[in-house]
Design a protein around this ligand. Structure first.
Ligand SMILES: [Zn+2]
Length: 237
């Protein structure tokens, strides 16, 4: 660990960004042909690149109400969303087990899957993967790259598992995600794992109350409860 707190992986990422920056300068200059415009373009893109003005911090969360517990790095892929992959979808899952068992599974490098968030029946929210990164939760590469995955504690065949506290907390979380990435609040963009092409998963199952959930997300979005970004939240522009 260096004095400035950057890890080895942080330095590697810095190299990658410098590579991209050089590419941006090159293509912008070729496109507009003047140094002044190229510099303007560079400035704009620099501002938009989240990793540059908002470095990764240990324990930082994207949602103010979440507590951070890191997933195993085997269960996600480092990315720089929404710069490299646009985010236009939230995918709803059900854990088929307890909150604790889901946390444990996502910490297990052999599990080969994890979601960004887990919402408990008591309304607690744990974030395990940054929204910057691609979590392996949908069983479909393209859908993983474009989505944020939210697990809900319970079993698909037990409607009593889907508590008021869980719906409310998840709706606030999803409203915040939709606001950050300008995702429309509708069933085209907020989907169940079961709706992902190629999946054999059935979650969240027949007892997940979609009309109620969408209503709660819209209400949370309108209330502006999530309008003030947390210190670690990134600009949606
Ligand atoms: Zn699932």
């Amino acid at each position: 660990m260096e004095a400035n707190g950057r890890s080895a992986s942080g330095s590697k990422d810095g190299d990658r960004r410098i590579g991209r920056r050089a590419l941006i300068v090159g293509s912008a200059a070729a496109a507009v042909g003047t140094a002044v415009l190229a510099r303007d373009e560079l400035g704009r893109l620099w501002w938009r690149t989240p990793g540059i003005d908002r470095p990764r911090e240990e324990g930082a969360v994207d949602y103010r109400g979440a507590r951070w517990v890191a997933a195993s790095e085997a269960n996600w892929r480092r990315a720089d969303r929404p710069e490299d992959y646009g985010i236009d979808m939230v995918i709803v899952h059900v854990t088929q087990g307890s909150f604790a068992s889901a946390v444990k599974a996502f910490q297990d490098p052999g599990h080969q899957a994890a979601a960004h968030y887990i919402v408990g029946q008591d309304g607690r929210v744990t974030q395990m993967i940054r929204e910057l990164d691609v979590a392996y939760h949908a069983g479909n590469r393209a859908y993983n790259e474009r989505s944020v995955g939210i697990e809900h504690e319970g079993f698909v065949d037990r409607p009593q598992d889907f508590t008021d506290a869980m719906y409310a907390a998840s709706a606030r979380l999803t409203a915040g995600i939709c606001a950050r990435y300008e995702i429309p609040v509708d069933r085209e963009h907020i989907i169940g794992h079961v709706e992902v092409p190629g999946t054999d998963h059935t979650d969240p199952g027949p007892y997940w109350d979609w009309p109620r959930y969408l209503r709660l997300v819209r209400r949370a979005a309108t209330a502006g409860a999530t309008a003030t970004p947390s210190p670690s939240a990134r600009s949606s522009t």
